[in-house]
Write a protein that binds this ligand. Structure first.
Ligand SMILES: *[C@@H]1O[C@H](CO)[C@@H](O)[C@H](O)[C@H]1NC(C)=O
Ligand SMILES: *[C@@H]1O[C@H](CO)[C@@H](O)[C@H](O)[C@H]1NC(C)=O
Length: 513
């Protein structure tokens, strides 16, 4: 089937006039066709309204008159509803959607009518609760095919992202044009990856809030962010695994970077509940690499086939890359992201020796002993710094210090640490503490005078109180945004085994702020 997956805008409007207006908007937004959900039109009169709608169309249209028993808005007898669907076909609607329950009789009736209309019939079935087993899905698809459908449409609900795996498998084996979609936030990739698996169409809304089913992305996101019209069977899939992931900027960053460097790849949000199950189900070679975020960075160490020594020391993997032999390699790009930014800051200040890391021999004070604190402490240690860890909970500072060969101090000692040339302060605590931007400082401004460079892992706001005061006291400051940019560049380079479009990625991230 050499068919390009179509992008369909589902139109839900309360009036015919409004639906006509939305048809125009859908075309302008890049939709290939529209679905006219006439069950949403108040006081819908098929005889008058269908001709108006179909005459006004500038794109091919599906006419759908969904009854409440299939999750739609139509309440009433079946006879007038089915009559309206017949009328839509008689009027030459490009597609008419018929629910599985009534499809056999409906299609038989069409065939006995010897109408000249070229209308194609989509026979649909929706499960608003869950996704059946592979066997049940197969049986359901066979039932739909048996009605004489031109196009099969099976829609289920994702209770877990792995449900999408079964549905995509069914899709990729389909013998006749098929639409399979999985509703809900955990089903999102079924909508984005439909073109890769040979789906007949996928839905994108005109705007968020105008969904006709849960989990539909917008047309703009499908077309502009995910470049859905470029996705094909060979497209490699990357994504961010987390829970939650809705707020992730990854897709806004990696997708344009793939486009810029000419990679046939897409980067999607992956709302996962169990990392092991996810990796087991999506084990095709085209699922090529993942960013890993909270709460899976520790699980990823265990699940990767091989882990870089640094990621193992830090105890966190933020990048998984599938090698050509199918094995997963685990890396941590947060560490190099932060440390390389700090090294560049020291170089800019003229505090670098000609060889090796500018951190060698310097005192590097880390505040915090959580994930980011560990990455900073280990990263500084391998670069030859004398590392001091301070933390509110001294025991945790002590354990981190012991594991990386650093020295631990209680937080109260922070202000009393002796000064040394090229001293660095790195604040790793409460990453993402926004909007608590002016939380009480741990150090008075005067105590910052001994530092040549101050780093803050927080990047919202770009200039935290700590960085502002450090700058006032004459230090070079490095914002967490630098760590974010560089960890993303590091991931992209691991994903593609080639150079990242650094300036593009930097300008996109800076544009977020
Ligand atoms: C902000 O800080 C206050 C006081 O330290 C705390 O009670 C509150 O939970 C914090 N809010 C967030 C969103 O972290
Ligand atoms: C480190 O960052 C956190 C979060 O922004 C902040 O509350 C804390 O005061 C900072 N530490 C110092 C020493 O300023």
């Amino acid at each position: 089937m050499a068919h390009r997956c179509l992008v369909c805008a589902p139109l839900v409007a309360k009036s015919v006039e409004d639906m006509v207006a939305k048809m125009g908007q859908a075309k302008a937004a890049g939709a290939d066709l529209v679905e006219l959900r006439v069950d949403h039109i108040e006081g819908f009169k098929a005889e008058a309204d269908l001709p108006t709608l179909l005459d006004a169309r500038t794109l091919p249209a599906i006419v759908t008159y969904r009854p409440t028993w299939e999750g739609g808005e139509y309440i009433g007898d079946e006879a007038p509803r089915l009559q309206a669907l017949h009328l839509a076909a008689d009027l030459g609607a490009d597609f008419v959607d018929v629910e599985l329950q009534c499809a056999t009789d409906f299609i038989a009736a069409r065939k006995s009518k010897s109408s000249s209309s070229a209308t194609k019939f989509i026979v649909s079935n929706h499960n608003y609760h869950f996704t059946p087993s592979e066997e049940e899905l197969g049986a359901l698809a066979a039932k739909v095919v048996a009605t004489g459908a031109d196009i099969v449409k099976l829609v289920t609900t994702a209770e877990d992202i792995t449900d999408v795996g079964r549905v995509l498998k069914l899709q990729s084996r389909a013998q006749i044009p098929t639409i399979t979609l999985v509703m809900g936030p955990k089903g999102l990739i079924s909508r984005i990856l439909a073109p890769k698996f040979g789906g007949f169409l996928t839905f994108g809304t005109l705007a968020s809030g105008q969904e006709s089913a849960p989990g539909q992305p917008t047309l703009a996101d499908l077309i502009n962010i995910y470049r859905i019209k470029q996705i094909n069977a060979d497209t490699k899939v990357y994504g961010i695994i987390g829970n939650p992931v809705g707020h992730s900027k990854g897709p806004l960053l990696h997708n344009p970077a793939f486009a810029e460097t000419g990679h046939n790849a897409v980067y999607v949000p992956l709302l996962v509940d169990n990392l092991g199950e996810f990796l087991k189900v999506f084990d095709a070679p085209d699922f090529a690499g993942f960013s890993v975020t909270i709460p899976f960075k520790e699980d990823a160490i265990i699940l990767a086939d091989e882990v870089s020594p640094l990621a193992k020391d830090i105890g966190a993997v933020n990048t998984l890359v599938r090698k050509s032999d199918g094995r997963y390699m685990g890396y941590n790009t947060d560490c190099d992201g932060a440390l390389s930014a700090i090294e560049d800051g020291l170089r800019a200040r003229g505090l670098a020796t000609s060889e090796g890391s500018p951190l060698a021999g310097k005192t590097f004070v880390v505040i915090g002993a959580g994930g980011a604190g560990k990455a900073l402490a280990f990263g500084a240690k391998v670069r030859g710094a004398t590392v001091i860890v301070v933390n509110r909970n001294f025991q945790r500072a002590y354990e981190l210090a012991k594991s990386c060969g650093a020295i631990a101090f209680p937080l109260e000692e922070l202000a009393n640490l002796p000064a040394s040339p090229g001293m660095v302060l790195a604040n790793s605590t409460s990453v993402g503490m926004h909007p608590n931007v002016s939380a009480s400082p741990l150090l008075d401004k005067e105590a910052l005078r001994k530092y040549d460079l101050v780093f803050d892992a927080v990047y919202n706001p770009l200039e935290t109180r700590l960085l502002r005061e450090a700058k006032e006291m004459g230090a070079v400051v490095v914002s967490g945004i630098e760590m974010f940019i560089r960890q993303a560049i590091g991931q992209f380079e691991l994903f593609t085994d080639g150079p990242a479009p650094r300036e593009l990625m930097r300008s996109i991230i800076e544009g977020f702020h």
